[in-house]
Design a protein around this ligand. Structure first.
Ligand SMILES: [Zn+2]
Length: 402
């Protein structure tokens, strides 16, 4: 029987109560930096089927098959390790790790010792035509184990919340109580829901009150629901500036030709009604609307990035992370310039990598080093040390700083 109640009383208002005691020293160390957007998952967490692609169910058979694909991709273009096929092989190798512990080991190896990571989960059970190899509740258990027993001083996991999951309130409550092992919430609207979905609005009300940070996917439209029929309900702001219900139905969707679906669901405009209702919510727009939108801004075209800037100007706790943009060297200068020129953007931009999704674009160590060099020490200090602490640990609801 699904539980319809969020156990609000069991969730602390103090974010530090959700931090493992072993991490507290690291948080107080000024040298500590943060990767606010990374993924510690392997291919056990992805759906079994995507269109015509279907991997074997049994672990070893799947592992061997991905291994073979990697070998083929690597030899497609001999003598080079940086062609597109080699990059895909490099990406597959991360996902093909035996457990999330091995993926975490790899991620940690790229960073200085004093680094804290916030791995973001995905609940792929409801927006896809097929279920993941490992059910979501088991994935949650694996992440709790990683946080409690393996890396208590290194990771602050974010629980994925899908409002179409019938156990969504129970999952949220259990994750965010002190012993739940989770620190924040991850939203992925392109899986087929609006941020202003009724279930999510109830959750955001608690997140605002209990100072729980929320990160939403925003940009990069290729991964989205593969369902052919979706009905979404939520709220929008009408022309009089008032909340108005939305009820939309999408039919006959073609999962391979519907970049539009990603575009519709990832539009930051959909968050307008959420921020209107919960103006102190700590919200991070992941990928800062995405590389394509930054290219548009560079060419002086209308861009969703501008809407995020507007939100930052209007709401004190709106942030955006540069994850995945670190692979896009042509926009480094524009990012740096925006941060330098505007105090609001400077104090709300967060460093994140999108490890290891970003490795489809090339070598992780190289792109990270290039990005850091392009930003310079002063900006990196701000976006990887000062701002993440504000996003994670401040208590805007009770008007006090951690
Ligand atoms: Zn990501």
């Amino acid at each position: 029987m699904p539980n319809n109640i969020i156990e609000v009383d069991k969730i602390s208002e103090n974010p530090l109560d959700r931090v493992h005691p072993k991490m507290k020293e690291l948080i107080n160390d000024d040298e500590t930096s943060y990767d606010i957007h990374c993924h510690i998952m392997n291919f056990e967490s992805v759906p079994k089927k995507y269109g015509f692609m279907k991997l074997p169910t049994e672990y070893q058979a799947k592992h061997n098959m991905v291994d073979k694909i990697e070998d083929i991709l690597h030899i497609l273009k001999k003598d080079t390790e940086t062609d597109f096929a080699s990059n895909i092989a490099y990406f597959l190798d991360f996902g093909n790790q035996k457990s999330i512990k091995e993926v975490a080991d790899k991620l940690i190896s790229y960073y200085p010792e004093k680094t804290i990571f916030t791995p973001l989960m995905m609940d792929m059970e409801w927006g896809w035509e097929s279920k993941p190899f490992v059910p979501y509740d088991k994935q949650i258990e694996n992440m709790q184990n990683l946080r409690n027993n393996v890396f208590p001083d290194k990771i602050l996991p974010f629980i994925a919340i899908d409002p179409n999951n019938p156990n969504v309130f129970e999952i949220f409550s259990n994750a965010l109580i002190n012993s739940g092992g989770f620190f924040g919430v991850k939203i992925y609207p392109a899986l087929g829901y609006l941020p202003s979905d009724n279930n999510l609005m109830k959750i955001f009300e608690v997140c605002e009150k209990k100072n729980i940070p929320v990160t939403t996917h925003c940009g990069g439209n290729s991964i989205h629901t593969t369902k052919q029929f979706i009905r979404v309900q939520g709220q929008e702001i009408d022309t009089n500036g008032e909340l108005e219900p939305i009820d939309k139905t999408f039919t006959h969707l073609n999962p391979f030709a519907s970049k539009k679906i990603g575009e519709f669901f990832n539009d930051p405009k959909n968050w307008e009604s959420v921020l209107y209702s919960f103006p102190k919510l700590k919200l991070n727009f992941a990928h800062f609307a995405g590389g394509d939108e930054w290219e548009k801004m560079k060419n002086n075209e209308t861009s969703q990035v501008a809407r995020i800037f507007d939100f930052m100007a209007k709401y004190d706790n709106v942030f955006a992370d540069v994850s995945s943009l670190i692979s896009n060297r042509t926009i480094y200068n524009l990012i740096r310039k925006k941060i330098e020129d505007n105090e609001k953007i400077r104090s709300r931009t967060l460093y994140g990598s999108d490890f290891y999704m970003v490795t489809t674009a090339g070598n992780f160590r190289l792109m990270k080093a290039d990005f850091i060099a392009a930003m310079g020490d002063d900006i990196m200090q701000q976006i990887s040390k000062i701002n993440p602490k504000q996003f994670l640990f401040s208590k805007p609801y009770s008007n006090t700083i951690s």
